[in-house]
Design a protein around this ligand. Structure first.
Ligand code: 5GP
Ligand code: MG
Length: 181
């Protein structure tokens, strides 16, 4: 199977069918936990885009969707631990029950910072959901309420997650070949 994207992948960690099955049960958990609906879902761009689109289409509630762009510094600059909010407008969250979705929980800085900001802005409740959570100690004390998969502490791409802006469109979670990095 020739595919310029697929050629850069060393191995598939979680395939499409497995992700789909897991999203079915995450959606069922969300439906169960918010029986009355009325949720405001906040998607962290761009990483959670694919995950959120597939998850939310499985949730039958009346819900509203907002997106936020944040920059969290990683790799070489991980030490700063600073999370910047890049949008000019912050969604109106006062009194709302919020479900915050991100692609992956790593150090925990992003979820911690966004959750704190939502509460500062008056959200009544903030629950969090991630497709992936790395099995490691977090820099910030935070865990997600809904976790798709726990993975080892290695760098993954696909299904919304990028390396240098690429690979978000892979339909599965994979590990890059060294030659692609
Ligand atoms: P945290 O703030 O929890 O350290 O990191 C969250 C963000 O770091 C994620 O939203 C994601 O953008 C990025 N990140 C962390 N680990 C990985 C990874 O293994 N692969 C990719 N592509 N991004 C990651
Ligand atoms: Mg990212």
């Amino acid at each position: 199977m020739h595919s310029p994207v697929r050629n850069d992948i060393e191995r598939v960690l979680i395939d499409e069918a497995v992700i789909g099955k897991r999203l079915d049960s995450m959606a069922a958990d969300i439906e169960h936990d918010f029986p009355e609906g009325r949720l405001l879902v906040i998607i962290l761009l761009k990483g959670a885009l694919v995950f959120a689109a597939d998850l939310l289409r499985r949730v039958p509630h009346l819900l509203e969707i907002e997106c936020l762009n944040v920059a969290s510094y990683h790799g070489g600059t991980e030490s700063s631990g600073k999370v910047d909010f890049l949008d000019r407008h912050f969604p109106e969250v006062r009194g709302r029950r919020v479900l915050l979705l991100d692609d992956i929980l790593d150090t925990g800085r992003t979820l911690r910072a966004v959750q704190d900001r939502l509460l500062t802005e008056g959200a009544a409740e903030v629950r969090t959901g991630v497709l992936l959570a790395k099995d490691k100690a977090r820099a910030e004390e935070v865990e997600a309420d809904y976790v798709g998969f726990e993975i080892e502490d290695e760098f993954v791409v696909g299904y919304g997650l990028d390396f240098m802006g690429r690979y978000r469109n892979l339909p599965y979670i994979g590990v890059l070949k060294r030659s692609a990095i």
